[in-house]
Design a protein around this ligand. Structure first.
Ligand code: FE2
Length: 225
């Protein structure tokens, strides 16, 4: 490169992943854990992206227990903050209008969640609250995948500089990210359970629709009748 050359570099199209920490989590986490454990005893759980582990059904947000409702209220406020940082909006989305579905994941030693995203019509944001991790171990990381790095159909040995982004979550922390952002959860090697509460969220002022979604087909079917 000659010394007279001018170079300008643009790092473009960022994705907003936000981390939040709840200072008071120690006071209500034990109760929240009881709610999850009770649910595990009563429900068979679902098999989703989890390889091993237990996944509750997606109705935890309906529990009236104050620990659940406190968490949901915090998440609502944070979702609005995330939306302001992510989209060009004239007004902050009203926190109370977020439609949230919440479920629990319990991963034991060696369990993990394969790569997936949460995008479907109506779901604009997703996230995860960490109820029980292991503060001494950087294991069970959530890895976000860079889908912009190379087109899907490319077979190449080239590795983009930032192919993934990892976070080692801690108790009382939660993340919020776009529902279409791919991610996976690594296994942990120690004995003991990692417990997290994942969520999806939609808002009437932030409608997204996935092409080919059943909702669209149902609408078309009605129109054609
Ligand atoms: Fe997920």
């Amino acid at each position: 490169m000659s010394e007279s050359q001018t170079v300008r570099k643009h790092e473009i199209f960022s994705t907003t992943v936000m981390e939040f920490w709840l200072e008071e989590h120690q006071s209500w986490n034990p109760q929240l854990k009881q709610v999850v454990k009770k649910e595990q005893l009563e429900g068979p759980g679902l098999s989703k992206t989890n390889k091993g582990g237990w996944h509750s059904d997606k109705s935890l947000h309906r529990k009236t227990d104050p620990s659940v409702q406190t968490l949901v209220q915090h998440i609502r406020q944070s979702l609005s903050e995330w939306a302001m940082a992510t989209f060009v909006l004239e007004e902050r989305p009203e926190a109370e209008k977020w439609d949230i579905e919440l479920w629990a994941n319990i991963n034991g030693k060696g369990h993990f969640n394969k790569a997936h995203d949460h995008f479907r019509s109506g779901i604009v944001a997703s996230g995860c609250y960490y109820l029980q991790t292991n503060d001494r171990m950087d294991e069970g990381r959530i890895i976000f995948l860079n889908q912009l790095s190379l087109p899907d159909f490319t077979e190449s040995a080239m590795r983009p500089r930032q192919q993934s982004f990892a976070i080692s979550p801690r108790d009382g922390q939660y993340l919020i990210f776009p529902s279409w952002l791919g991610h996976l959860v690594e296994p942990h090697s120690y004995d003991g359970e990692r417990i997290s509460l994942a969520f999806n969220a939609g808002h009437p002022s932030l409608m997204v629709r996935r092409k080919g979604d059943r909702l669209v087909r149902e609408k078309l079917r009605k129109l054609l009748k």
